[in-house]
Design a protein around this ligand. Sequence first.
Ligand code: NIG
Ligand code: FE
Length: 411
Amino acid sequence: MAGRTQLFIRIGRIVGIGQPGWYGGNRWSFGTVANAYMLVRDGRICRIGTMDTLMQSLLVEADEIIDLGGRWVLPGFCDAHTHLLFPATREEEWLMRLRGYTYQEIARRGGGILASAQRFAESSDEALIEGVLARLDHLVRMGTTAVEIKTGYGLTVDQEIRAVRLLARVREQTRLTVRITVQALHALPVEYRDARQRYIRAVCEELLPAVRDYVDFCDVFCEEGFFTPEESLEVLERAVQLGMRVKVHAHQFGRTGGIEVARAVQAVSVDHLEHLDEEDLVVLRSWRTMPVVLPGSSFFLRKPFSPARRLLDSGLPVALASDWNPGTAPSGNLYFIWHLACAYMGMTPEEAFTGLTVHGAVAMDIEGGALYEGGVATFQVVEPVQSLAVYPYEFGHIPVRQVYIGGERVV
Ligand code: NIG
Ligand code: FE
């Protein structure tokens, strides 16, 4: 038998077997196999079967036999929207919001993204990298094996270039798959308060050309109080002209035009979508994109949730992500996101599972999120349950016991 082989035996159930892809209405009819074994060769799955069909020869020839003792196997989660490169938590703003201030009011008083940006500039490279690596460690223990990370707390051209460099270093120091997004517009830096157009020009002419070869995507925050659709479009068109693929933060606080902007540049994903009407659904169906919904920020801000049920019923797919950031979603727990998707957005456990796995992978354009022969052996070993719904039902509980990335045990 050529190559290094690992034989995982006595798997209670393997869930998420099938081809990765874009499934309208999240109708991914993934397979499951109970009482299973899985053969992995050089980090790739080469056979899945039931224990009663396991040939004695495999047991003899495998380099390593791993007895999972009835635990279940799920694909690693693919978190397609995070802002993990931040200098510090902002719990003082959370306390202000509990006293009645809104997210936008806090931003206007110099808190929010601007406060993080100031601390970002004052922080050392080492401290920032350590912070991200610690969060990645936390994520993988919760079953996440691939993650998109946005810059966005640099704000100035120099600091944003630094942020991209730091993320490139992070990528080399982790086993997780990392996609890097330059958040080209996040908040207007204080020093540009009276010079918006000059800032947009600096982003287009200095920042984007400098980072184009080092990032996977370019994103903008198109929202009232942040950037207009015209400004967002100007930046994204420039990004496209430079050969970059784009994403948009759209309709988080209102119907502020971000979906039209996303269409104009054929965004790979359109993220947030808390505020939608019928016309928006029509526009979203007009090109092949992945809506990414972020119930963690709605929960934390106590704001409306994205109407994911309506997206699905109109035939669109939905990916679910954490949005982990210090201002609006200070958690990367995708098991809790799974619960929120079912409890507040009308998704079934299976639809939400699809959103956390294959659709997260599509939103990042990576391999992963599904288990199939020939696919990468990246998966979580979880406590066995009576049915898949138990995972989102037991909110707050993390059932992860082991994690493998490309056949290598990382947890
Ligand atoms: O997705 N686009 C805004 N970014 C975050 C919030 C960032 C912050 O408050 O630090 C979001 O909600
Ligand atoms: Fe975000």
